[in-house]
Design a protein around this ligand. Structure first.
Ligand SMILES: Cc1cc2nc3c(=O)[nH]c(=O)nc-3n(C[C@H](O)[C@H](O)[C@H](O)COP(=O)(O)OP(=O)(O)OC[C@H]3O[C@@H](n4cnc5c(N)ncnc54)[C@H](O)[C@@H]3O)c2cc1C
Length: 517
């Protein structure tokens, strides 16, 4: 692409602003890397990726707790255009996914575009020059035409508000901020929370700890995890692209079928519930303990977690399940809701992530200075999770209502990247300077979405991180993934306010990087 066309952007009165790049991408996890790779594959070089950490990987760089792994089979947890025949396990572990992301970063040559250790704190749209001005922490600004953010749906650790939490004197940390310098061997350890991270971590730390207290508010639904090393013959067969494609499609449809229960008829999940209850009965012989580990809400309402080694950990003499809540944390102990005090050396917060507080602490000012978190005061909402009315040329990856409870979110991120690529192509072909989704179009799509949400398993009455403070589900996509792909496949310009032309149009792309599930 000709850089001459990118150097400046002209305002309506001829005032020129220097452009640092055409597209600024924020975040170097699956989403940001997917966007960067797609631009690169389309022959576009004018982009910068900013990443606050020192390496790529996002989720899979940050979550280093023992046992951290994916709940989705490895064949589906990669880019469709960069399958990984080298996966060693049916369900990939954190280290291997991180390695995969480093590998694709180098394979597609995007590392040279990444500025590590660079955190963005504020973005401002300048209507006059149709540019975004992005403020960096510690100083400096990047000016670009487009901004694509892949900040991560699960990247802000959440801590419970427990009286006295600040008084605890021993080491304590969140599962997403693992401390490798503290050895848990022989320690009295408390785990607070029993969601997906705890289910993976507890079996790993239980044999080491002198005492392990697992504080459970609500039990998770747990299905057996058919994990294990991949047979060398299967690995070899995966080198044949058509066979690898068939396997990926097969696993995709297997997992997609779960959406029938989650989004069409939650009663269908009773079948999966009976499998989970048999799994529990087989692994926990004590009926009283089994009762305390049995969920009382419909399966799927909270994230379902597969594990074949979580329940057996509770049969170890040093492991105790505590179901009386946490009333107070003291200097060296935790007091439960019945007043029982347990002395502990280390507290591990497996308390999940802040998922519904918008882009905070980042601030994004769109048309007329309107701030996005303010616009989302009553709940996050975007047009198919990607565009927000009043914020031209700004795109989100894995934004509101595009996470999944039943399949790999990498599929969603890829579909969004393809959508953004098409928007950029169309703008370039028209020579237009900005594109902004119409408010009425965004509102109508979100009304349809929230109507559909009422019939899903996530609306059957449990409390989960999928819901915001008003009880509204602003995180999940409530249909099948193929519905989503179909909806974002085309860019219908009548749904947008397109302004232009301004600067001379840059050459039309070679092609967009298309992928398939
Ligand atoms: C423990 C765990 C297990 C999971 N398991 C699964 C699973 O089994 N299946 C599944 O589909 N999904 C799973 N997920 C969800 C997972 O987050 C996504 O699959 C995917 O990795 C998200 O990629 P991302 O690039 O969108 O976000 P992330 O991987 O979170 O990357 C976001 C990046 O943005 C950077 N960033 C954020 N803010 C700024 C800023 N202001 N300035 C600069 N950089 C910034 C972060 O440092 C980070 O590198 C899991 C998540 C967790 C935490």
């Amino acid at each position: 692409m000709s850089s001459a066309l990118l150097e400046t952007s002209l305002s309506s009165n001829g005032h020129a602003v220097h452009l640092d790049t055409e597209t600024l991408i924020v975040g170097a996890g699956f989403s940001g890397l997917g966007m960067a790779i797609s631009l690169k594959r389309a022959g576009i070089e004018s982009f910068i990726v900013v990443e606050r950490a020192a390496d790529v990987g996002g989720t899979w760089r940050d979550n280093q707790y023992p046992g951290c792994a994916c709940d989705i089979p490895s064949v589906l947890y990669s880019f469709s255009f960069a399958r990984n025949p080298k996966w060693t396990r049916s369900y990939p572990q954190q280290q291997e996914i991180w390695e995969y992301l480093r590998f694709v970063t180098d394979k597609f040559g995007v590392r040279e575009h990444i500025r590590f250790g660079t955190e963005i704190v504020d973005l401002r749209w300048d209507e006059d020059t149709a540019t975004w001005h992005t403020q960096l922490k510690g100083g400096g600004t990047i000016v670009s035409r487009f901004v694509v953010v892949g900040l991560g749906p699960l990247s802000k650790p959440s801590f419970p508000s427990i009286p006295g939490i600040e008084k605890f004197q021993g080491p304590h940390w969140h599962t997403a901020q693992w401390r490798h310098d503290v050895d848990l061997t022989g320690k009295r350890v408390a785990v607070i929370g029993t969601g997906a991270s705890a289910v993976q971590m507890v079996p790993q730390i239980a044999p080491k700890a002198a005492k392990l207290y697992v504080f459970q508010r609500t039990p998770s639904w747990i299905l057996p995890k058919p994990d294990g090393p991949i047979h060398p013959v299967v690995k070899w067969l995966r080198n044949f692209k058509p066979l690898a494609w068939i396997e990926r499609k097969f696993v995709y449809w297997l997992f997609e079928a779960r959406a029938l229960g989650f989004t069409v008829n939650p009663n269908l999940l009773k079948l999966m519930e009976s499998t989970a209850l048999k799994h529990l009965a087989k692994q926990i012989p004590d009926p009283a303990l089994r009762a305390r580990l049995t969920p009382s809400y419909r399966m799927g309402c909270k994230r379902v977690t597969p594990s074949s080694d979580y329940y057996p950990a509770f049969n170890l003499p040093q492991v105790e399940l505590v179901t009386d809540g946490v009333a107070e944390i003291r200097e060296g102990s935790i007091v439960d809701g019945r007043g029982v005090e347990r002395e502990v050396d280390v507290i591990l917060f497996a308390s999940g992530f802040r998922t519904t507080d918008g882009l905070t602490p980042l601030t994004v000012h769109g048309r007329g200075g309107r701030e996005m978190n303010e616009a989302w005061r009553d709940g996050m909402a975007a047009y198919y999770g990607i565009s927000v009315a009043g914020f031209p040329n700004f795109f989100q990856l894995l934004g509101p209502n595009t996470a999944l409870g039943h399949n790999s979110v990498v599929l969603m991120a890829e579909a969004q990247v393809r959508h953004v690529m098409r928007v950029l192509e169309q703008l370039r072909a028209l020579g237009a300077r900005s594109i902004d989704v119409r408010q009425d179009v965004q509102d109508a799509q979100n009304r349809r979405l929230q109507r559909k949400m009422r019939g899903t398993v996530w609306s059957t009455g449990c409390k989960s991180w999928y819901l915001d403070k008003n009880g509204k589900n602003t995180t999940l996509w409530p249909w099948f993934t193929f519905d989503y792909f179909r909806n974002v496949e085309r860019v219908d310009l009548k749904n947008y306010i397109v302004i232009g032309p301004a600067n001379p149009p840059a050459p039309v792309q070679a092609r967009s990087a298309r992928g398939v599930a």
